[in-house]
Design a protein around this ligand. Structure first.
Ligand code: GLY
Length: 371
């Protein structure tokens, strides 16, 4: 169970971590201009290992937009633009279920800084494209694995469809986002608030067949990053719709995290992994911190709101120190160590992962007063 501690001095700690994050991102862009890293290998972003799926290109420019907003620096705006513009064609990408990750972190942040409608139109198109994954039989958007597969990760992307629906007044888009989110809550979130990574459907009948996993311990376990995507995603679904069912699901998942995470707030790779497996997964904690900070401001119960806020800051305080922050690891190119991409495929295990970096920076930004 998470142990709450004093938050004295936390503001300075968060500011120092953001400074370090800027230093690392700047060095990455200078070392390897135009490269979109995904996960490190022994602390280095450039290596020949596979991507598995192509979902991370928004996260590096996404951090740059956060730095641009916080500092007002034209240099960050220029760099963020350079890394964002090549992503535009992906607004039509039907190969991945990750268009929320790619466009909410980049074009949407750029739009918020400028109010340019052409940028907003790109985000809206990304939402329209993602919605094309919807399966009427089964009522879900399929994952990149195939039409029979739904991932909990898609909950962290469905926000781009809710956004596009609200911007355009398109009730068809709203319907897709609602039905996918309700289905995910029903088949991927369990009664105790734990989550399944994947669900498998019968394509002929639309019958839900079973829970499954790609990156977790096993099909009935709770892969920590999947839980984090659920906390983040159902909170966002509630923010867009104010539908109390999404708030209830977000809180159920958040409470599971707080009850089951070790006291320092660093998630295990999977909450059901055997005790002998001591691997940690910092990106799940960073995503959860970003989600909890938003949930804290939305929850109806002030006591719960305070708990989520304090819990998120406690998790961030842990992540802001070595051995998790890379500030004292000479030559390490990432910000946050001890993330895991795909244990079963042996990719990015005990490394920095680009989504961990992004959501860590987003959470720090939020903790320092973004919303
Ligand atoms: N499949 C996306 C992730 O690794 O969280």
């Amino acid at each position: 169970m998470l142990e709450l501690t004093s938050l004295e001095g936390s503001r300075e700690t968060f500011e120092a971590a953001l400074e370090f994050a800027q230093k690392q991102v700047k060095a990455t862009a200078e070392r390897d201009p135009g490269f979109y890293p995904m996960y490190t290998e022994k602390g280095r972003w450039r290596h020949g290992k596979p991507a598995w799926t192509h979902w991370c290109d928004g996260f590096l420019p996404g951090m740059m937009w956060i730095f641009a907003k916080r500092t007002g620096s034209e240099a960050w705006v220029d760099l963020a633009r350079k890394y964002t513009e090549p992503l535009e064609p992906r607004k039509m990408d039907r190969e991945v279920h990750d268009l929320g990750f790619i466009f909410l972190s980049t074009y949407h942040r750029w739009y918020k800084l400028t109010d340019r409608q052409d940028l907003n139109d790109i985000v809206i198109q990304a939402g329209r494209t993602l919605a094309l994954r919807f399966k009427e039989k089964g009522q879900y958007m399929s994952s990149f694995m195939g039409p029979e597969s739904v991932f909990i990760d898609i909950m962290a992307n469905v926000g781009v469809i809710f956004y596009a629906a609200l911007e355009t007044g398109d009730s068809g888009l709203m319907d897709v986002a609602m039905r996918h989110s309700l289905t995910s809550g029903r088949v991927l979130v369990r009664g105790d608030g734990s989550t399944s990574h994947e669900g498998i459907y019968d394509l002929e009948t639309g019958e839900f067949l079973r829970q499954s996993t790609q990156q977790g311990w096993r099909s009935d376990s709770c892969w920590a990053r999947g839980l984090a995507w659920a906390i983040y995603g159902f909170t966002a679904a509630y923010k867009f719709t104010r539908d109390a069912r999404f708030l209830r699901t977000a809180e159920l998942c958040a409470d599971y995290f707080l009850l089951n995470v070790p006291k320092n707030g660093v998630a295990p790779m999977d909450f059901d992994a055997p005790a002998s497996d001591t691997r940690e997964e910092t990106s799940a904690s960073a995503i959860t911190a970003a989600g909890l900070l938003r949930l804290a401001s939305l929850t109806a119960d002030p006591a719960k709101g305070l708990l989520y806020d304090q819990a998120a800051r406690r998790v961030l305080l842990t992540l802001c120190q070595p051995p998790y922050l890379a500030s004292e690891t000479h030559g390490w190119e990432g910000i946050l160590k001890e993330g895991i991409y795909h244990l079963n495929l042996g990719l990015g295990v005990g490394e920095s992962v680009m989504w961990g970096e992004y959501f860590f920076v987003e959470a720090l930004d939020r903790a320092l007063g973004e919303e």
